[in-house]
Design a protein around this ligand. Structure first.
Ligand code: GLN
Length: 188
């Protein structure tokens, strides 16, 4: 069985833990760099990317997470996790720099702070994914080595590059486990 870590600093941690269990993998909450050693993959959950970055720096987690990815291990970032993984954040904050793309924080604007969308996702076939967006970011531009998996108008809301997967929305807040299965089966 594969062991999947969830960065357990803040945000939607328990929901990810439940979804990892439901697809038959072993979840592990990650608080310290030493927790990374036994993992096959890692999830950076939604929350507040500014707070998450601050705490990651405080616990010296930035470099170990970069090294985890450089080792070829898979990372799945949802919402704030997408922001932290992107090479650039439009507002200039520091990131982990693991996805060759630029993220715009809170990119859907105030009038759309939270919304749900029936999102067509080609890799999942005909049934759209009911995506929950909460003060969501998007990717404004991505390098050609990034595969776009879903967008709303010109805004990229799901993408992958090698061992890095990101969604701007929160799959763990639904009962639809297709993103978790995709991560586990195709990337971990
Ligand atoms: N707006 C948050 C940020 O930029 C992300 C929101 C979320 O993760 N639901 O960090």
């Amino acid at each position: 069985m594969k062991t999947i870590g969830v960065l357990a600093i803040q945000g939607a941690v328990d929901e990810h833990v439940r979804m990892i269990e439901s697809v038959g993998a072993i979840p592990k909450k990650v608080k310290h760099a030493s927790d990374l050693t036994e993992l096959d993959g890692l999830i950076l959950p939604g929350g507040e990317s500014t707070t998450m970055r601050k705490i990651m720096k405080h616990y010296d987690l930035m470099e170990p997470v970069r090294a985890f990815a450089k080792d070829g291990k898979a990372i799945f970032g949802t919402c704030a996790g997408l922001v932290l993984l992107s090479k650039e954040i439009e507002s200039g904050e520091e990131s982990l720099g693991l996805l060759d793309a630029t993220a715009v924080r809170n990119g859907f604007g105030r009038q759309k702070e939270s919304f749900e969308a029936q999102l067509p996702v080609e890799v999942f076939g005909a049934t759209p994914f009911e995506a929950v967006f909460i003060r969501a970011p998007y990717l404004i531009s991505a390098n050609e080595n990034v595969t776009v998996l879903a967008s709303i108008d010109e805004k990229i809301v799901a993408a992958k590059q090698d061992n890095i997967l990101v969604t701007a929305f929160h799959p763990e807040l639904t009962n639809d486990d297709r993103w978790m299965r995709y991560f586990l089966e195709k990337m971990v």
